[in-house]
Design a protein around this ligand. Structure first.
Ligand code: KG4
Ligand code: ZN
Length: 373
């Protein structure tokens, strides 16, 4: 069957058309068309919901035309068999733009509208591609999903396809949100995650060779660290790892953000790259440690890391170390780690199968900002 999928939960507008077939565990997909319009909210220092909504309204008809043209499907007849649309979680004014479009074209074409959970999309994104064909690999359940995005930080026990249990979550800021806030303190543009990550990488790569050319605080800090490492002492940690040793799977990033704030206030000559690296280390250490604990407790053999922060190289490297050859590890491709509509098409197809294709009145679908898995 052909599914048109729509994603408008935050600041990216996406529409895709996928061909999907097979039973849940053996589902296979072909991307017939994929489109994404990335909005730029840098000037507001964060996503400005009303501007994002306006942009979605402008982008949606353009993207719809684009995917129909690419697939040569006739919009006057019934070009697809179903429409999957994100109805939460996310920014409600934004979610509504996608839902209203889905309701309109669903009615016009006489096809069901599948309300789809954005976070389920992120979990399944690790099995997808933005081009060509793919299918679900054989995975061993229960699977553990670490969802890390701008709005969420969750550890989810996936007992089977479509069966989710949140075992831990952030009590305050999401991991991506912490990256964005710290980036702002360091004068980096929004979204800050990729900028912090790049800076942190420069610090991490500072070998003795490049230190010879480095100057200023960078050089001193790193020389100190190397001396400490050589003397067998653990390198100092600038920032705390909040809740790392709490006996549950919850997270907290707000205190970490505050320690960064105090550090840069009290150390006028601080080194940006070092702060970025130390902050990134603190976030990644916490995420990896809790994932490790959950792997042990639930005897996990498959780990999935998804959401915008899954693009973080250091997180990926540390997760690889943690799982080594024992545990199967899935990360999304770069394109599918950020918000996209391919993942909504995949999740939509699973929901379609789960409900046997029977969906109620599409006009009853409501944007649900705080929708849970
Ligand atoms: O999943 P996503 O695209 O949107 C939400 O649903 O929130 O995630 C966006 C978040 C932003 O906070 C962004 O700063 C963060 O993901 N992010 C990163 C990286 N790339 C994006 N954080 C850390 N390192 C990265 N490389
Ligand atoms: Zn997302």
């Amino acid at each position: 069957m052909k599914i048109l999928s729509i994603e408008t939960s935050c600041d990216d507008t996406g529409i895709s058309i996928l061909e999907a077939k097979g039973a849940t565990a053996k589902a296979s997909f072909k991307v017939l068309a994929d489109s994404l319009a990335i909005q730029d909210h840098a000037q507001y220092g964060g996503v400005f919901p009303m501007m994002a909504k306006k942009e979605h309204l402008k982008n949606l008809p353009i993207l719809l035309e684009k995917v129909l043209k690419k697939t040569k499907l006739d919009k006057k007849t019934k070009p697809v068999d179903a429409i999957a649309v994100t109805y939460g979680p996310g920014l409600e004014p934004c979610l509504w733009t996608g839902i209203v479009l889905a309701q309109e074209i669903g009615k016009k074409w006489g096809v069901p509208v599948i309300p789809t959970n954005h976070m389920e999309g992120h979990i399944l994104s690790v099995f997808g591609k933005t081009k060509g064909k793919f299918n679900f690999p054989k995975v061993k359940f229960p699977l553990l999903a670490l969802l890390v995005s701008g709005g969420h930080t969750e550890l989810v026990l996936v007992k089977d396809f479509s069966k989710y249990k949140i075992i831990g979550k952030t009590l305050d800021d999401a991991a991506g949100e912490a990256f964005d806030k710290v980036a702002r303190m360091l004068g980096l543009p929004y979204p800050g995650g990729p900028h912090i990550s790049k800076l942190a990488e420069t610090a991490r790569n500072l070998s003795e060779g490049s230190l010879a050319q480095a100057d200023g605080p960078s050089r001193e800090n790193f020389q100190q660290k190397i001396i400490r490492a050589d003397s067998g002492k653990a390198p100092r940690q600038l920032f705390p790892r909040p809740m790392m040793y709490s006996k549950n799977f919850d997270f907290s990033f707000s205190g970490l953000k505050t320690s960064v704030l105090y550090y840069i206030r009290d150390n006028k000559n601080y080194d940006k790259a070092e702060v970025a690296m130390e902050f990134e280390n603190a976030v990644v250490d916490t995420l990896v440690h809790k994932t490790k604990k959950a792997i042990e407790k639930y005897k996990i053999e498959t780990v999935v890391v998804a959401g915008g922060v899954a693009a973080n190289k250091h997180l990926k490297a540390e997760m690889k170390k943690l799982t080594k050859n024992k545990i199967k590890l899935y990360f999304p491709t770069r394109e599918l780690s950020r918000d996209n509509s391919v993942m909504i098409g995949i999740a939509g197809y699973l929901n379609y199968l789960k409900k046997g294709g029977r969906f109620g009145n599409a006009s009853k679908i409501k944007a649900t900002g705080d929708l849970s898995l």
